[in-house]
Design a binder for this molecule. Structure first.
Ligand SMILES: Cc1cc2nc3c(=O)[nH]c(=O)nc-3n(C[C@H](O)[C@H](O)[C@H](O)COP(=O)(O)OP(=O)(O)OC[C@H]3O[C@@H](n4cnc5c(N)ncnc54)[C@H](O)[C@@H]3O)c2cc1C
Length: 348
């Protein structure tokens, strides 16, 4: 779908997959209720407004639990808004593909995380859509909605009133509450060590496509330094950017700091955890200080994105070689191996 393989010799493609352009981006008028500024939602809306697709397949919040994603086929531009926001959790997005075909939908747009897009691309040919648009978001890890509620309970006394959560690129988790309050929690102070070992399943811990390389465009935040981040992968991705016209503010991504210490710390802790050893814990009094230093001096913009790609690649190799070594040969693609190897070989 990109007309070329990932060029492994090009460092940018090695890390971020095939692309024509990478942008720091934001909507001039952010959409209320969106996860960031709502670029994803607006692109889907524009496809429907321009009658380029018959429907958009995405996730809406379940009626009984705002954090539970539920697949939905949206036909009217005004109905996309109800799907805004990120909900951690699994839901069978592609289960609505066959119902879509049965309803005569031939031109479809799909918003999905990488594992959903992989399956979609594998199946798309046999389904024979007249046109297929794929807006992908990156995804580092996912878990069940039940586990997500458990996590919220550890972060706040009033988990039922949390309306927004994001793992930001400045090393803090942002929580928003129904009454408009906000809370920032530095990553270092997250109760990660108190979570069950299988909080993130092996499939996520060994994921090889953080950046959603098979989408037409990836819309995330990881290289956006406080804004959004676009990886335009092919002509359709470029068309989606153009559909937003003046509503979209595009700038060159920032790139500063040095990722190596952060990646090394992560790799050491992942190796300890995978080996059943306790995580190296920093004294409580030091955590806010180091958290603040990371915000100031840690890798930012594209360097932060490279750091996260290296962490994820190393995590995949560490967990797969420990838990399912026989699958190493077939399940770790070249690009992940190339990124992980130097990181794992580095001495501390
Ligand atoms: C589990 C998960 C982990 C993520 N991790 C990262 C990350 O590490 N780095 C990064 O840069 N970005 C990550 N993202 C993407 C990020 O949270 C934003 O969705 C993205 O930046 C788009 O922002 P927006 O304002 O344009 O989205 P919006 O306009 O608010 O639209 C968000 C879209 O995501 C869809 N969606 C929500 N939950 C799910 C779900 N569980 N499965 C599939 N689709 C869903 C919604 O239906 C909606 O269409 C993750 C997303 C998910 C679902």
């Amino acid at each position: 779908m990109h007309g070329a393989q990932r060029a492994l010799e090009d460092p940018s493609q090695l890390y971020f997959g095939p692309h024509q352009a990478i942008w720091r981006a934001r909507l001039r008028q952010p959409l209320a209720g969106a996860q960031w500024t709502g670029i994803t939602t607006r692109m889907a809306e524009r496809l429907l407004e321009e009658n380029l697709v018959d429907a958009v397949l995405t996730m809406k919040p379940a009626a009984e639990d705002r954090w539970r994603p539920e697949p939905v086929l949206v036909r009217k531009p005004s109905d996309i808004a109800a799907c805004r926001g990120m909900r951690m959790g699994y839901a069978p997005l592609l289960s609505l593909i066959e119902p879509a075909l049965a309803q005569g939908i031939k031109r479809l747009a799909v918003i999905g995380i990488p594992c959903q897009v992989y399956a979609l691309r594998a199946l798309a040919e046999q389904y024979g859509f007249a046109d297929l648009w794929v807006i992908g978001t990156p995804c580092s890890d996912n878990t069940t909605t039940e586990n997500f509620h458990l996590f919220l309970e550890k972060l706040t006394e009033t988990p039922q009133t949390v309306s927004y959560l994001e793992f930001r690129a400045d090393y803090q988790v942002e929580l928003r509450f129904e009454d408009g309050r906000k809370k920032l929690i530095p990553f270092l102070q997250l109760p990660l060590a108190d979570l069950p070992a299988d909080f993130f399943p092996l499939t996520c811990r060994t994921c090889v496509d953080y950046v959603n390389a098979l989408s037409d465009i990836t819309v995330g935040y990881m290289g956006g330094e406080g804004q959004q981040w676009l990886v335009v992968r092919n002509a359709k991705g470029q068309k989606l950017v153009e559909l937003l016209g003046d509503e979209l503010v595009l700038t060159k991504p920032t790139d500063s700091g040095n990722r190596h210490a952060a990646v090394r710390g992560f790799v050491e802790n992942t190796q300890r955890a995978a080996g059943g050893l306790p995580l190296r814990r920093m004294p409580n009094w030091l955590r806010p200080v180091v958290g603040r230093l990371m915000t100031w001096f840690g890798p930012k913009g594209m360097e932060f994105a490279r750091a996260r790609i290296e962490m994820k690649a190393a995590e995949t190799v560490i967990h797969l070689s420990r838990e399912l070594p026989a699958k190493m040969k077939t399940m770790v693609p070249d690009h992940v191996r190339r990124v992980a190897e130097p990181v794992l070989l580095k001495k501390t």
